[in-house]
Design a binder for this molecule. Structure first.
Ligand code: NAI
Length: 729
């Protein structure tokens, strides 16, 4: 036995040379639950693999992880965020290339034995090995997710994946950052074998030895017809240039040009295909360094750090507060939201008792839940026995039977204050004493509902977003009476349901609905100034919003917006006043997508007009406006974007100034995960930091002069501009 790391007690790599001449190299970062590539990986990998090359007793090697469920989960992102300056990052990247080359060029075969996540740098290390054996496990996944942080793979993983498979496959995995499961890896020829975990090391050792004995690595890639076409495309220069041109065009459509990293990924692979591996490494190092130095990457990393920190946040400032243990949840209302909440709960191991008024409504709820699970089975994210197990956690009722032991009830009945108060009283009378009552209301202040309660300390808001199984945010709302322990319990349940949770203080519209108000109103004002519905939407999607304000209004429901509008005006005054025309939409029977009558055409009328979305041209008359007829928009696109965004940001700053939020971080996460604020900007608060508070204030004052009171700047913004402060360091 030979321990190459004995002189460095804190080394992550240890080497054990077996009698058969195979060195088993174990990567196990001390003190961490998960393996990542640390700053010193270049020296450590360099030293160990130099040692392997020189050691005559070693014929082959296996690289394996010492952690339970991670091979190497990627580069240490803290370390990346501390690198400053393009030159430093470029040098670091070149050093990484040199260290990885020791594996890639090793004359002694090195086989990666992978169980758990091999992501980013971890996958790149594995790709540089001469073979890869994977465990047959749900935990095992490969991938190059750097694009999600605004970066690109910096250890030539793109090119090595292209070598093993095709440029097309490397583009696909590099640009989406999606995971590659063992079965797919085997099909693509990335994995040499997939075996049960207990024999992973043994099989990898045997495979390494066989390679050392001269066995050639089989190319297992079994490609289908479409992929064959792609290969044909890649094989000649004209085909290749078509491939890259198409990739860039798709990116223009998908990202609006706001995210530089996917374009740089295309550059790297194009250089690799046209000019070879070495030249592509130079392009890669420069691109990596420039991306790491960019605002977009720092914003996206900020989001990563925020969501990581939020996983550990209990939602209350007092660290001694413990959440209650909840095994069973009651859900009232099996409609769109209730069924959605049920599905994410049972899926994550929480038992649910679902209640609605009658069997038919319960039936609709069950159908909805089954639909979600069926899709998971179809997409192979769940097996049929797992589906049965998940459904086994659901029971239903049309009265309060079976609710005696329920410790938390989430209500999602109709949006009606009296009804919410009635069910609250029913719950307090029927469930366990001390039961927590959580309301999923989208607009009623929680304290108003809690007025009906004998124990307002147990009443809290849990505001989910539709569709619940897809939307990542949960907004927990605390009233002045809600007990911290109840807040912490709601947060913990939300996290168990897979949500990112922010906690906000109670008030009309909470945080998310409130900041959307002035944004939507501003779009409506521009509509009454003569801008076309689709031009408004296009302007905002071009800026990076997932949908435009008019589409969003149709989705949320024009009746819902019309209902909330006056409540907002009553609470916040003039700055929430919509243009006078908006009310006429509901009078015209337009509720949006739900009744297929809104700003856009739906159903048969839409189909008649062919592919894509079509504005319902009769909407202008319903708004008592002339149908716009212009070639050049009377309001420039930049102004449309700025006016909507500034209203959104200004309201977020009002919320901050009023103490609604616990931190700017929560405000940024709520805006991005709940409403779709463009992630590349890092959230409204980060965006103010980048633009500068005085610049933002100046622009708002400019519009205030043009349009009056609805543009009054938030006091917190004026204070920050005066003091020259920022939200983030
Ligand atoms: P929905 O109309 O689809 O479902 C409401 C359900 O409640 C119906 O199945 C109805 O039969 C049931 N119900 C009525 N009275 C009941 C009672 N006494 N006991 C048990 N069930 C009863 O409505 P949706 O869209 O699911 O909304 C529910 C709540 O969630 C509302 O407060 C809404 O404001 C809120 N919300 C809705 C969002 C959305 O996008 N739809 C987003 C966030 C919150």
């Amino acid at each position: 036995m030979n321990d190459a790391s004995s002189s460095a007690p804190k080394a992550a790599l240890t080497v054990d040379v077996r009698e058969n001449g195979v060195a088993v190299i174990t990567y196990d970062v001390p003190g961490a639950t998960m393996n990542t590539l640390r700053k010193d990986f270049v020296e450590e990998f360099g030293a160990v693999f130099d040692g392997i090359a020189k050691n005559d007793a070693v014929r082959a090697a296996v690289l394996i992880s010492g952690k339970k469920d991670s091979f190497i989960a990627g580069a240490d992102i803290d370390m990346l965020s501390e690198i400053h300056g393009v030159e430093t990052a470029e040098t670091m990247c070149h050093e990484g290339h040199a260290a990885i080359a020791k594996l890639a060029k090793s004359t002694k075969p090195i086989v990666a034995a992978i169980h758990g996540a091999a992501l980013g740098g971890g996958f790149e290390v594995a790709l540089a090995c001469q073979g890869r054996i994977l465990s047959h496990s749900r935990k095992t996944m490969l991938g190059l997710p750097e694009v999600k942080l605004g970066l690109l793979p910096g250890l030539s993983g793109l090119q090595r994946l292209a070598m093993l498979t095709s440029v097309q496959v490397a583009l696909d995995f590099g640009l989406t950052g999606k995971n590659m499961r063992p079965k797919k890896a085997l099909k693509l020829g990335v994995a040499d074998d997939v075996v049960p975990r207990p024999i992973l090391e043994k099989v990898a050792i045997a495979y390494a030895l066989s390679l050392a004995n001269g066995k050639k690595r089989e190319k297992k890639s079994r490609i289908d017809r479409d992929e064959l076409m792609q290969f044909a495309l890649e094989k000649n220069p004209v085909g290749r240039s078509v491939l890259f041109k198409k990739a860039r065009e798709t990116l223009d459509k998908k990202t609006g040009g706001h995210y530089p990293s996917p374009y740089r990924i295309v550059d790297v692979l194009e250089t690799y295909a046209q000019s070879g591996f070495e030249k592509s490494q130079a392009v890669e190092a420069r691109a990596f360094a420039e991306l790491l130095d960019s605002d977009v990457s720092s914003n996206l990393m900020g989001l990563f750090f925020a969501t990581t920190a939020m996983k550990k946040d209990t939602g209350v400032d007092d660290e001694t507060i413990e959440p209650r243990t909840i095994d069973k949840v009651g859900v009232l209302g099996a409609g769109l939201m209730g069924a959605g909440i049920t599905s994410v709960s049972i899926d994550k191991g929480i038992e649910v008792r679902l209640k609605d008024r009658d069997a038919a409504s319960v039936g609709r709820g069950i159908k909805y839940v089954c639909g979600i699970l069926d899709t998971k089975v179809k997409r192979r994210h769940m097996t049929k026995p797992e589906r049965a197990e998940v459904l086994g956690r659901l029971s239903t009722t049309v009265d309060y039977s079976g609710m005696k032991k329920v410790e938390l009830v989430i209500e999602a009945v109709f949006e009606d204050l009296d009804l919410k108060r009635t069910v609250l009283k029913d719950v307090e009378g029927s469930c366990a004493p001390g039961v927590i009552f959580a309301s999923n209301t989208s607009s009623i202040p929680i304290s108003k509902i809690a007025e009906a309660s004998d124990k307002p300390e147990n009443v809290v808001g849990m505001h989910y977003f539709s569709p619940v199984h897809k939307m990542p945010l949960l907004e927990v709302i605390r009233t002045e009476h809600t007990a911290p322990e109840v807040v912490a319990t709601a947060v913990q349940i939300g996290k168990r349901q897979g949500k990112t949770v922010i906690v906000v203080r109670d008030g009309v519209g909470f945080y998310t609905s409130r900041i959307l108000g002035p944004y939507m109103n501003e779009a409506s004002y521009m509509l009454s100034e003569g801008i076309k519905v689709d031009d408004l939407d296009r302007a905002m999607t071009k800026f990076g919003w997932p949908v435009g304000p008019m589409t969003l209004a149709d989705e949320v429901g024009l009746d819902v917006a019309a209902h909330i509008g006056p409540i907002m005006v009553a609470e916040f005054g003039e700055r929430m006043t919509p243009p006078p025309t908006v009310g006429s939409l509901v009078e015209d029977g337009r509720k949006g997508r739900k009744n297929e009558k809104g700003f856009y055409l739906y159903g048969k009328a839409a189909k008649k007009r062919g592919k894509g979305k079509h504005v319902d041209e009769t909407v202008y008359a319903a708004l008592k406006l002339a149908t716009p007829d212009y070639k050049t928009s009377p309001i420039p696109i930049e102004e449309i974007q700025e006016r909507c965004n500034l209203q959104f940001i200004n309201e977020a700053l009002h919320c901050w100034g009023e103490g609604l939020l616990r931190s700017p971080r929560d405000g940024d996460i709520g805006a991005i995960f709940g409403l779709g604020f463009p992630p590349y900007l890092g959230g409204p608060f980060r965006h103010v930091d980048v633009l500068g508070a005085s610049h933002v204030l100046g622009r708002i004052e400019y519009y205030q002069e043009r349009f009056g009171a609805r543009w009054a700047p938030a006091p917190a913004l004026a204070d920050m501009a005066k003091a020259g402060t920022r939200f983030y360091d």
